[in-house]
Design a binder for this molecule. Structure first.
Ligand code: FAD
Length: 467
């Protein structure tokens, strides 16, 4: 990377996930002084890769896919030959059967039977007619799905999986979010695809190939860290504990690690830490009603259980979706199907995602109990024999998903508006903005704030590419 002389700005970045690192990278490249503070022992946030005894896994399989050419080129150049192209192959397990994902009409009809398929189709048609007569505003995910797919389809496919993922009733999940981010609601695309479109080619999220770093998604963050550290610092294991402000400017942050506590001054501050946390860290504290609004924004947490297996491969799938609540995890992936380098030769691993709320019964189970439960279900599903298990590892990922409850947008807007008074504060990223960002959006968001900071130097995003 070539470092270009900067304008003497001194930017402090809160959070070393993809957003914070991308901002740090672009500012470093532009010759700025940057310090990134990350509370965890390693960078990457949700997009990190855990390594144990030669086995590697992401916090839920992370595929890199974007329709934004600038971001695609940025990551391609940064990763310089580390990316592999992976075929996307997924299944859904329901009613004791595996269905193709995206669903195909024949597969769906075989799985559901002709009478059920006809019921779905007629219910859908009836719904369409009703919608023409009665124009209703959708408030919740339930309203939206019933209007677009019919009640039968909602009950059959959507209700259980959505409630498993989000942990609240579909009538409390915001329709606004579903409508905006429908590309994220992958199950819906699959279902609509199967019954009403008969082709998945027009759906970007169902693209049949994606990019993946050979050694796991965490390599993207590691590469960004390496580049930043050529000139600047990324401080891991260092939490931001307070954000001081005066006269509508952030003046400093207080950081703490296991050795010391320090006050750090800067001219600009980029926050990619969760939006409600930033509000709580402000000193002096914001007015009570702002604190109250922040407390209304909640997250869904995630537990990852990786099971190492003494076999070369268990499936040939990228993801397997498990909507039924009687099985405690919601999604499985086998990292060796993404890159053979994710496990020692001749061995594999399966990685299960448990959607949970911090401190609920699942979150509180011991690692041993979670591993036991996982292995029991994997065996029941016919994937493995307990004797093949070499070991397991449980990782808890708090605040994995912003919880888009009805009304969340107005809370976010109120917080954005409050924070906009701070002339030198930039908020960005998934939890930082409380948005359903994928990795490409997180990178774009980080590069975007860097561009804003550099504006006075007339640098442009398109000019920022790794060398
Ligand atoms: C299960 C799952 C699967 C996903 N799959 C995909 C996928 O296939 N493709 C895709 O594109 N995207 C996927 N995503 C989304 C992707 O993970 C995110 O978009 C991206 O990682 C967000 O990056 P970020 O930097 O904005 O946030 P984060 O990764 O949350 O980073 C924020 C960082 O701030 C740190 N932090 C928080 N508080 C403090 C503090 N007080 N002091 C210091 N540091 C702090 C955190 O430790 C964290 O490292 C998935 C997400 C999940 C949960």
């Amino acid at each position: 990377m070539n470092k270009i002389a900067g304008n003497g700005k001194n930017t402090i970045i809160l959070g070393g996930g993809l957003t914070g690192l991308s901002a740090g990278y672009a500012l470093t490249k532009a010759g700025q002084n940057v310090r990134v503070y990350e509370g965890d022992s390693s960078v990457g946030g949700l997009s990190k890769t855990i390594v144990k005894d030669g086995f590697r896994f992401d916090l839920g399989g992370h595929r890199f896919f974007t329709t934004n050419k600038v971001i695609e080129n940025f990551v391609g150049t940064l990763m310089n030959g580390e990316l592999v192209s992976v075929p996307r192959k997924s299944k859904i397990y329901m009613r004791s059967k595996f269905f193709d994902y995206p669903l195909t009409p024949l597969n769906a009809i075989f799985g559901l039977g002709i009478p059920m398929t006809l019921k779905i189709m007629s219910d859908y048609g009836l719904g369409k007619v009703k919608n023409l007569i009665n124009e209703k505003v959708d408030i919740s995910l339930e309203d939206w799905v019933v209007r677009n797919f019919g009640r039968k389809m909602f009950n059959l496919y959507f209700r259980e999986y959505s409630e498993k993922v989000w942990g609240i009733e579909c009538s409390r999940i915001s329709a606004e979010w579903v409508e905006k981010r429908i590309r994220g609601l992958s199950l819906s695309k699959a279902v609509k695809n199967a019954f009403f479109k008969f082709s998945g080619r027009d759906i970007p999220t169902l693209a049949d190939r994606f990019l993946y770093p050979q050694l796991g998604i965490g390599r993207i963050s590691e590469r960004l860290q390496e580049e930043i550290e050529r000139y600047n610092n990324v401080l891991t294991d260092t939490r931001v504990e307070r954000v001081d402000h005066s006269e509508n400017e952030i003046t400093s942050i207080t950081v703490k690690n296991h050795r010391y506590s320090d006050i750090v001054y800067g001219s600009e501050f980029v926050s990619s830490i969760p939006l409600p946390n930033l509000i709580r860290l402000l000193s002096p504290s914001p007015p009570d009603h702002i604190i109250d609004v922040a407390s209304r924004l909640k997250f869904r947490d995630l537990i990852i259980v990786a099971v190492m297996i003494n076999r070369e491969r268990v499936t040939d799938q990228s993801w397997i979706y498990i909507p039924e609540k009687k099985i405690p995890f919601g999604r499985i992936h086998e990292p060796t199907n993404w890159s053979a380098a994710m496990a020692p030769t001749g061995k594999t691993l399966m990685v299960m995602e448990f959607f949970s709320f911090k401190y609920d019964e699942t979150w509180n189970k011991s690692d041993e109990k979670l591993s036991e439960l996982t292995v029991k279900h994997l065996q029941r599903l016919g994937f493995i024999n307990k004797k093949e298990v070499l070991g397991s590892l449980v990782v808890r990922a708090p605040r994995a998903y912003p919880l888009f409850e009805v009304g969340y947008e107005s809370y976010c807007n109120e917080l954005y508006s409050y924070l906009s008074r701070f002339r030198n504060l930039y908020i960005a990223g998934r939890a930082g903005m409380f948005k359903y960002y994928n990795m490409d959006h997180a990178i774009e968001s980080g590069l975007g704030v860097a561009e804003k900071i550099l504006k006075s130097d007339s640098y442009h995003l398109s000019a920022i590419s790794p060398k």
